[in-house]
Ligand binder design. Sequence first.
Ligand SMILES: [Zn+2]
Length: 189
Amino acid sequence: MKNRIDYFTSTRDFVVNSNKKGYYYWKKFAKYFKEGNQILVRNSKTKIDYLIKLVEDPEIIPTKYSKYKWYNQKYRAKFEVIEEEICPTGKSRQLLIREKNDLLKNYNYKCPGLSFKSSFTSKLIEINCTTQFNNTVKPQYDHIIDFSSKGGLTILNNLQPLCEGCHKVKTALTRRELILLLESKFRRT
Ligand SMILES: [Zn+2]
C-alpha cells in the first residue's frame, strides 16, 4: 500500500459491505480516530488488508442500538474503503517497521520468555525472562508457530519479540525436537 496510513490494527471480525462503506467500531477513545484519517485494518481471519478512511468524526453509539452485538463497542464512525489487498506480509517472512513497533508496544518492550508445548514430547517448556529492549538491546522477531517448517504466518498474533538468549534457546529446542522426531522415525523396534 502506498497510501498514507495513520493507524494500523488487526482484528478477526471486520466486515465491509459490497458498497465498500460501513461503520468502524471501537471501544476506547483514541486520537487517531477522527475524520480524514486513514486506518489500515487487517482481517486476521481472511488475511485481507483494508485501508479505510473515516468520513466523519466518531460518535458515541446511540442507545437505540443496544440490541446489536457491536453496541458493546463504544464509538463508531462511517468509513469508505480506499484500498483492499490480500495481506502482503502474511506469507513473507519480512515484518514492516510499523508492525515491529506495534508488536513491541503489545509486549511492553520486554522479552516474554518462553512458554510453549513441545509438539514432540507434549511437555510444556517454560523460561522466565524480563529482558527490557532499548536502543542497544534489540529484539529478534520470532514466529510463534514456525514460519518455514510449520507455515506460521507473519501476522501480529503469530509473532513475539524475543531477546537473543531466548531466541537461541527456542531455536535449539526446535532443532532438538526435529532430531528426536527423526530418531523416533528410524528407531528399530
Ligand atoms: Zn528473553
